[in-house]
Write a protein that binds this ligand. Structure first.
Ligand SMILES: *Cc1c(COP(=O)(O)O)cnc(C)c1O
Length: 375
């Protein structure tokens, strides 16, 4: 069994994808070719956001957003303590300081109470200027943007939506990538909309930021690429990747439906046995992961061992709170305690999950977990 099976998807759509890739090779328009322009148009339309600026990966997308806002030395950026490293890594790259915020124990997304406390702490106890809230749609579930927006408005902060795991997700009839002042996503192969290498994109309704982002991704270009008006990056999406994504966008909705079905099937099997993902209500998750929570570290070890013995892969996303990562030690500001993150890091476990997972596979995973818990 595969943790995220990318082969089944390719086998199903091999003809279209191979054709699209070959077309780029024949054209030799490898960088910012017409497929990139078309993809940006289609992604903007899909998400309902005015501008989409593609780039090299989801980490660059976050960095480009902070650069467009000219975040830097003396600024504080609030980041959930429970996320992939990138969400925080980009902050020191700009010279700003990341302030880690605890999560909600049920949704695994940023806790608005902890966020408010962290902002108050920074205002009272540091010389830093609070500037940005990075809200991550963890495992695919949109963060609580109504509450986050309210806090952002109260303190005059910008919202950066890290939708790397939630492309295609929805809340309040809006798609993810539309909730931030700027939003970003990743097309890493195992993400909800993945390409065949690295890729990412930035979304915004703001014309001025969109122009700046388009400049920043090509060495801070001005009127042309040999006129450089600011320090930027080399962060473009390859035309081949855009061609793959244009094909995959055609069946994304169908895949998201399949994911919804698979998640419901898992939850039906596991309810009462382990803690299952929180009900999504009227939201739609992008289902990057199906993550359960065990009683304690010992029980998690037992479940992993049984899954291993039954030939079933699993993964711990994430084992270590951001504030414990050595990379941040040099200028860490511990504004709030992150007890929920500590708790979840010791107990979470992500199970094999993808649109093409079979009912028999889900049953095998659940049986293996049942066996482990009975020991
Ligand atoms: C994957 C991921 C990123 C980074 O995306 P890359 O394309 O791998 O650079 C950023 N944030 C989160 C939450 C992610 O899961």
């Amino acid at each position: 069994m595969e943790f995220r099976d990318l082969k089944r998807q390719y086998q199903l759509h091999k003809a279209e994808i191979d054709g699209a890739v070959q077309e780029v090779i024949d054209s030799t328009h490898f960088i910012l070719g017409p497929q990139v322009v078309q993809l940006e148009r289609e992604l903007a339309q899909y998400t309902g956001v005015k501008h989409c600026i593609s780039c090299a990966n989801g980490t660059d997308a976050l960095q480009l957003a902070l650069m467009a806002w000219e975040i830097g030395k003396g600024d504080a950026v609030f980041v959930p303590d429970f996320t992939f490293f990138s969400s925080g890594e980009v902050v020191p790259l700009t010279g700003a300081v990341p302030v880690f915020v605890d999560i909600d124990k049920d949704t695994y997304n940023i806790s608005v109470d902890s966020l408010r406390s962290a902002i108050e702490y920074v205002i009272r106890n540091t010389d830093l200027q609070p500037k940005v809230i990075v809200a991550v749609d963890l495992f695919g579930r949109p963060a609580d943007y109504n509450a986050i927006r309210q806090i952002a408005k109260q303190y005059g902060l910008l919202v950066l939506e890290d939708a790397a795991q939630s492309f295609g997700g929805m809340a309040d009839d809006r798609k993810t990538c539309s909730f931030g002042d700027i939003s970003t996503t990743s097309f890493f192969p195992s993400k909800p909309l993945g390409c065949y290498g690295d890729g990412g994109a930035v979304f915004t309704d703001n014309d001025e930021w969109a122009d700046k982002l388009a400049s920043l991704r090509v060495h801070g270009k001005g009127s042309d690429k040999y006129d450089n008006i600011r320090i930027g990056m080399n962060s473009r999406l390859d035309t081949i990747q855009a061609a793959v994504l244009l094909q995959k966008l055609r069946f994304l909705e169908e895949e998201l439906e399949k994911c919804g079905w698979a998640a419901a099937r898992y939850s039906e099997c596991l309810r009462g046995m382990v803690k299952i993902p929180a009900e999504s209500g009227s939201m739609r998750s992008g289902w990057a992961q199906y993550t359960i929570c065990l009683k304690d570290i010992e029980e998690r070890e037992r479940v992993i061992a049984q899954l291993n013995a039954d030939g079933i892969p699993s993964a711990i996303y994430y084992k270590k709170p951001m504030h414990r990562q050595a990379a941040f030690a040099a200028n860490l500001i511990q504004a709030v305690s992150c007890e929920n993150t500590e708790y979840i890091c010791e107990r979470c476990l992500s199970l094999p999950f993808h649109p093409y997972i079979q009912e028999t596979e889900i049953e095998a995973v659940c049986n293996s977990i049942r066996k482990a818990l009975a020991k």
